[in-house]
Write a protein that binds this ligand. Structure first.
Ligand code: ADP
Ligand SMILES: Cc1cn([C@H]2C[C@H](O)[C@@H](COP(=O)(O)O)O2)c(=O)[nH]c1=O
Ligand code: ZN
Length: 191
């Protein structure tokens, strides 16, 4: 089921909130983030989109999905920079949230307390199946958490894990299909 926006009001009736879109790689997190942001634009809301400056895989200033859907964004080095943008902002979107510092949770709380709708997309688990960066605390403070699933590259079941096929042990390791594949629990544990 698609995320319901019925509880969001118009531009004149602002209610701050935090939404998290999480899941494995290729699960559609960025597509869902872009979908919600485009709808906010149609509602004539002012939106700002941020991503970590370190994520330069597809484009420096665009958020781009694996299916090449894209939206303009501002790359930032540190979560605190997000608070400096747009006093007139209604909706803030953040992609690749797992790469941000732990301060991101307090930044999102501050934005929501100002009446801003904050929509965050990120990996809930790293390649070892461990919670990733600020994602667990963001999920704890969010009004709404949507978990999306990819298709397991091994068996076709719904996939929650990002299996790293490349031989690299660092938590932070940018990559695409050459280095990762989505897997279900059983196939992830088969290794
Ligand atoms: N194994 C897969 N399972 C699901 N989608 C996949 C898979 N491989 C490629 N895709 C593509 O990835 C798209 C999702 O991309 P994206 O929104 O960027 O995902 P995420 O941000 O979660 O990594 C899908 O619509 C589909 O076209
Ligand atoms: C699992 C895992 C992933 N990464 C990197 C790989 C990609 O560059 C991004 C995830 O992008 P997506 O939009 O969710 O497909 O994260 C990483 O650095 N470490 C990991 O453990
Ligand atoms: Zn599987």
């Amino acid at each position: 089921m698609l995320f319901s926006e019925f509880h969001f009001r118009s531009k004149n009736e602002r209610n701050g909130s935090i939404e998290v879109i999480c899941g494995s790689m290729f699960s559609g997190k960025t597509e869902e983030l872009i979908r919600r942001l485009r709808r906010a634009k149609i509602a004539k809301l002012n939106i700002e989109i941020f991503k970590p400056a370190t994520d330069v895989r597809y484009h420096e200033t665009q958020v781009v999905s694996h299916d090449s859907s894209s939206i303009a964004s501002t790359p930032v080095e540190h979560s605190s920079a997000i608070l400096l943008y747009g006093s007139n902002t209604d909706v803030v979107g953040i992609d690749e949230a797992q790469f941000f510092d732990e301060g991101l949770t307090d930044v999102c709380i501050a934005l929501a307390n100002r009446g801003i709708r904050v929509i965050i997309a990120g990996l809930d688990m790293d390649f070892q199946g461990e919670p990733f960066g600020p994602m667990p605390s963001l999920m704890a403070v969010a009004e709404d958490v949507t978990k999306v699933h990819a298709i397991c590259a091994q068996c076709g079941a719904p996939a929650s894990y990002s299996y790293r096929t490349a031989t690299n042990g660092d938590t932070f390791f940018l990559g695409e299909k050459e280095s990762y594949e989505p897997r279900c629990r059983a196939c992830f544990n088969t290794k």
